[in-house]
Design a protein around this ligand. Sequence first.
Ligand code: GDP
Length: 444
Amino acid sequence: MFDSLQERFGEVLKGLRGQARLTEDNIKDTLREVRMALLEADVALPVVRGFVERVRERALGADVTKSLTPGQVLIKIVNDELTALMGESNEGLALNVQPPAVILMAGLQGSGKTTTTGKLARFLKERQGKKVMVVSTDVYRPAAIDQLESVAKDVGVDCFPSTSDQQPTAIAEGAVAAAKKQFKDVLIVDTAGRLAIDEAMMAEIQALEASLSPAETLFVVDSMTGQDAAKTAKAFHDALPLTGVILTKADGDARGGAALSIREVTGKPIKFLGTGERSTALEPFHPDRVASRILGMGDVVSLVEEVQQKVDHQQAEKLAKKLKKGKGFDLTDFRDQLKQMSQFGGMAGLMDKLPGMGQVPDQVKNQVNDKEVVKLIAIVDSMTPMERAHPQIIKGSRRKRIAMGSGTQVQDVNKLLKQFTQMQKMMKKMKGGNMAKAMRQMQG
Ligand code: GDP
């Protein structure tokens, strides 16, 4: 997968060597080439436009550290944006419901639904230790029911029997009852597909969805259909609340347009990739790994990450110095420091930089966890500059407004103000050098 895109990107990004800085002018040609490469890979046009624009914006605002070339920085940006385009990180199946968790498989005929039903059954059984049952509701093609039966036998899971004279919803309901009785964890429901989307098929799968309330409704689509895959997925999603996509036949697709378009067009994550005909050929989809495969420049990406991390460390040290001085510390500083803290490993990472902090137990350092930090930042962001500079004016009605503005509770605002005051006090103590005592106070 992605062979041609990888080749194109390689050439495009090589062209940037020797540039001193990223400017509107010198990235113009590169961006045009990136755009061409994506279009050739059959990525949907609006997706390409948005992508190129985001890369352009980030490139122009990018810091080119001394030890990096602009080309390397641009590669990192393209890599990050590719990852974001596909959804950042792997999203697994959400099967934490009253068993049996139902997975409804939707898609056009020939997309690989039945094959994938078998692969998924095997994956859940072998990798997650689930007890799985499968059932076919494709009453239009008797061969389809036989096919699923044989696939199920192949991977060693039970197949609920069905015949072509039954109603799909009746079959599915019977299967749920049987799965419940046999204490199955998961029931995968294979459905009929057509060559193109038609009303009868949509009505049928909508009825199935309504009667089953599936934990997952997965759209199975052939990646070789490129951006059409995204369009079909969108049409299905408009009629049926999909929870994710499985992209099949990735082994035969050299372009990758489907993988790059689907998330943006449908808003739904790709959860798995089908990579062959065998029942083991199913992989959880990892946007970051796929992005680095597309670029084929993993070494450059990790180099840039390393250098940028080093810069973060330098910032951390600067911050530590400022903290040591502890002067003029207001809520804006507090927020900025929280932001930076979350960048380099939270409170713990920062405190390790401060002198005399070696003995402070980890649980104290970890008091401020990441989620909490995001909340704190939102609260400070909802304050006016005046309030940030003079926290003492933040009384009842202001606290309410700030809580509303940041989507938090008044108690959260109260807590933040208390923490801030403690921090301010601590800072003053630190000036006097008595760090350990200050920390004990912050705990209390
Ligand atoms: P359905 O009509 O949607 O149920 O599609 P099938 O499951 O019958 O699959 C149609 C064809 O695609 C079969 O020949 C499968 O072996 C093949 N197929 C399915 N998934 C993959 C895949 O990931 N890679 C390859 N190479 N072939 C696949």
